[in-house]
Design a protein around this ligand. Structure first.
Ligand code: PMP
Length: 362
C-alpha cells in the first residue's frame, strides 16, 4: 500500500531529495566521509553552503542588497531574535495577529518592546484577515510583523500591507518556496526549514542590508544578524546536515521548474481539496474564501467522533498526519511541495468514500 504524509512540518520530502540525501549520508566526497562528518570551517562545507545560498537566490530572485542568513533556533527563536536585532533606536513594533503563530510572535516581542496590535483576527475566530487598509499602523514602529500563512488555522495573505517607511517583516515559514515572492516588498523574511526547505534545525533569514546593525546590546553573538552576515552564517557550528538538505531541496525545486511551477501545482491541489470540501455538504471549512490557505487546508466534520473515525480510517488507507493543530479543533491537510499529486488524489478519493459512508448517519 502507498503511504502519504500530510504533516504540517516536519513534512513530506520529495523522493528525489531523499535519494540524493542517502548519498550525502555515506562516502560523500570520496574520502570516506559523510556530510555530517565534515568540518564546518573547511572548503567542502563552504561549497555546500554557497551552493545552497546561490540556489535560493536564483529561486527567489533575491536582490544583491539582501543577505541570506542561516541560523538555528527555529522560527519560534526568531520571535525573540527579531526584536533583539531590529529595535535599537526604537520603542515599539507593529504586529498583525491573524492566528496561532502571529499571536506567539507578538507575545515574545512583548519581552523587548511595546507591541501594537494593528489587526486582531481573534474577533473573527482567526477565520479571516482584516483588510490592511483598516489596520492602525504606527509610522514610528521599528517594523511591522505579519505571518504570511498561518499553519495552525489555515489563513493566508493574498495581498501585502503597505507599511510606508516601516519595514515589513514576515514569518513565511509555511508558504516559503510555494510561489514566487517579491522580496523587495519586505525588510526581512524568515522561515524554519522543515516544511519546504528540508529538515528541522535550520532557520533562514533574508534581510535587507540596511537593517543590519540595529541589534540591542543583549543580542547573543551567535544570533546577531550583522555578525552572522559578516561571517557567512558561520559564527559558530552551523547545522551542516540541514544546510545540505536545504541545498538539495532548492536544487530540486529549480529542476522541477522553479517557484512558478510550485505555485501552479499548489493552487491545483488546493482548488481540488476546497472544492471537495465545499461541495460535499459534509465537510466544512470555517475560513473565509478570500483568506483560505492554499497550503494548510483546515476542515471539520459534523462531530468530534466522526473526526476521530476519519483519522483512523485514513491511517488504514495510508493517509497520515491529517489531525489538525492542537490549537484548532478540526483536521488539516498540508500541501507542501513534497506532497505529490498522487497523494492529493488518494486523499480526495478517501474523503469522497468516507462522506458517502457516513453522511446519512448525520
Ligand atoms: N511560525 C509558523 C508559521 C509555523 O508554522 C511554525 C511551526 N509550525 C513556527 C513559526 C515555529 O517554528 P519552529 O517550531 O521551527 O520554531
Amino acid at each position: 500500500m502507498a503511504h502519504y504524509n500530510f504533516a504540517a512540518g516536519p513534512s513530506a520530502l520529495p523522493d528525489a531529495v531523499l535519494t540524493a540525501a542517502r548519498q550525502g549520508l555515506g562516502d560523500w566526497d570520496g574520502n570516506g566521509q559523510s556530510v555530517m562528518e565534515i568540518p564546518f570551517t573547511g572548503e567542502a562545507f563552504a561549497r555546500i553552503h554557497d551552493e545552497a545560498v546561490a540556489a535560493l537566490r536564483q529561486l527567489l530572485a533575491i536582490p544583491s542588497d539582501y543577505r541570506v542568513l542561516f541560523l538555528q533556533g527555529g522560527a519560534y527563536g526568531q520571535f525573540s531574535l527579531l526584536p533583539m536585532n531590529l529595535l535599537r533606536g526604537f520603542e515599539s513594533a507593529d504586529y498583525a495577529v491573524t492566528g496561532h503563530w502571529s499571536q506567539r510572535a507578538a507575545n515574545e516581542a512583548r519581552r523587548y518592546c511595546q507591541v501594537n496590535i494593528v489587526a486582531d483576527g481573534a474577533t473573527s475566530g482567526f477565520t479571516d484577515i482584516l483588510e490592511w487598509t483598516e489596520w492602525s499602523l504606527d509610522p514610528a514602529a521599528a517594523y511591522c510583523h505579519i505571518t504570511s500563512n498561518e499553519t495552525a488555522n489555515g489563513v493566508q495573505y493574498r495581498q501585502w500591507p503597505e507599511t510606508g517607511a516601516v519595514p515589513l517583516v514576515a514569518d513565511i515559514t509555511s508558504d516559503f518556496l510555494m510561489a514566487p515572492l517579491n522580496i523587495r516588498r519586505f525588510g526581512l523574511v524568515y522561515a524554519s526549514a522543515q516544511k519546504n526547505a528540508g529538515i528541522a534545525g535550520l532557520t533562514l533569514v533574508i534581510i535587507h542590508q540596511s537593517l543590519l546593525g540595529r541589534a540591542l546590546p543583549i543580542t547573543p553573538t551567535v544570533f546577531n544578524y550583522e555578525l552572522l552576515a559578516a561571517a557567512n552564517s558561520r559564527v559558530n557550528t552551523p547545522p551542516v546536515w540541514a544546510v545540505y538538505l536545504a541545498g538539495l531541496m532548492f536544487k530540486w525545486i529549480l529542476a522541477e521548474g522553479g517557484l512558478e511551477e510550485m505555485a501552479v501545482r499548489n493552487r491545483r491541489h488546493a482548488r481540488w481539496l476546497y472544492q471537495a470540501i465545499d461541495q460535499s455538504g459534509f465537510y466544512h471549512c470555517r475560513v473565509a474564501g478570500r483568506a483560505r490557505s492554499s497550503i494548510n487546508v483546515c476542515f471539520e466534520l459534523p462531530s468530534a467522533q466522526l473526526q476521530q473515525q476519519f483519522l483512523v480510517e485514513a491511517e488504514a488507507r495510508g493517509l497520515h498526519n491529517l489531525k489538525g493543530h492542537a490549537a484548532a479543533t478540526g483536521l488539516r491537510a498540508s500541501l507542501y511541495n513534497g506532497v505529490s499529486e498522487a497523494a492529493v488524489s488518494a486523499l480526495l478519493a478517501f474523503m469522497h468514500d468516507f462522506a458517502r459512508c457516513h453522511a446519512s448517519a448525520v
